[in-house]
Design a protein around this ligand. Structure first.
Ligand code: 13P
Ligand code: SF4
Length: 298
């Protein structure tokens, strides 16, 4: 019933529903596109729909607003945020830029528009290495995720100054959790997200973005996988490969913010255009450069 209503509203209003790979199953099932942060940004930049309903967290809707000033971007639940994005403020970043001198600032898309506006280029977990290399610099500052920065440093010759931010879910995964999962599932490959700590990534058979993990699981001959990311990813993995087995690396990896949107919120948002996310034009212009430079790398 609710699904039918959403379909009808999407058609009437010329809308598109984009959902992150961590969203609840019923949201992923009604979305026009599910994906990782990079895929969703690219899709947002290309769609000709008038309204984008973003089922994810605030920074994702803000990125869509930065890329598409003429469109209405709806975030069906207003307080769906990303705690990591709030770990860097524009004031603190300005100070650090001054301290380090004139080096490029790379900012993970999991950040506010105000922080993007102070950055040279954005990155996601899917393109971080290409982005670091694209600067041509010997030294860069990366915000806000220390784990993503350390991962990029391990894969390039660039000196990367860290910001001390982290994802409160990925960062809790411990060596003991992974050892236990490997002991329980000895033939499974271990996939980890680069938001996990360096000691975890060393234990991984593959380090990938969320969509990267879906591709890896499909291409691999292995029949079973331990999934080192937010557990919402288990749904699209099992849906894409019903014959394969997927096990969470830890039951603790559940992002509360990613589970806030329900079908009823999408209906309400589409009916009333409620939950609009609009980055002010002044800020948008400044943030656009960094986001567009990233999108254009693809
Ligand atoms: P992806 O871009 O890999 O989908 O990750 C987004 C995110 O929020 C990870 O915690
Ligand atoms: Fe932010 Fe972590 Fe949730 Fe991703 S999983 S949205 S990084 S808190």
């Amino acid at each position: 019933m609710m699904k039918e209503k959403i379909k009808q509203l999407v058609k009437e209003k010329n809308a598109v529903i984009l959902a992150h790979n961590y969203q609840p199953p019923e949201i992923q099932d009604i979305a026009d596109l599910c994906g990782d942060s990079l895929e969703l940004s690219i899709k947002a930049s290309k769609t000709d729909a008038e309204i984008i309903v973003f089922c994810g967290v605030r920074f994702m809707a803000e990125t869509a607003s930065i890329l598409c000033p003429g469109k209405t971007i709806l975030l069906p639940v207003q307080d769906a945020g990303c705690p990591m994005a709030d770990m860097v403020t524009p004031g603190a970043l300005k100070k650090e830029k001054q301290r380090l001198g004139n080096i490029p600032v790379i900012t993970y898309v999991n950040s506010t528009a105000a922080v993007k506006a102070l950055s040279d280029i954005c990155c996601t977990s899917a393109n971080v290495i290409d982005v670091v290399k694209s600067t041509g610099a010997k030294e860069v500052l990366m915000t806000p995720d220390k784990n993503l920065a350390q991962y990029a440093a391990s894969k390039t010759d660039v000196k990367i100054h860290l910001w001390k931010g982290f994802c409160p879910y990925h960062n809790t995964l411990t060596i003991e959790d992974v050892q236990k999962a490997k002991k329980n599932h000895p033939s499974a490959l271990f996939m980890a997200h680069p938001e996990c700590a360096p000691e975890i990534l060393k234990m991984a058979d593959a380090v990938e973005s969320t969509s990267g993990m879906i591709r890896f699981a499909g291409e691999s001959e292995s029949q079973s996988f331990i999934v080192g990311t937010e557990n919402g990813l288990l749904y699209p993995l099992s849906k894409a490969f019903p014959g394969k087995k997927f096990y969470p690396a830890s039951e603790k990896m559940l992002c509360i913010d990613m589970k806030k949107i329900g079908l009823e919120n999408i209906i309400e948002s589409l009916e009333n255009n409620s939950g609009e996310v609009k980055v002010s034009e002044n800020m948008r212009k400044k943030a656009f450069r960094a986001v567009k430079r990233m999108i254009d790398l693809k």
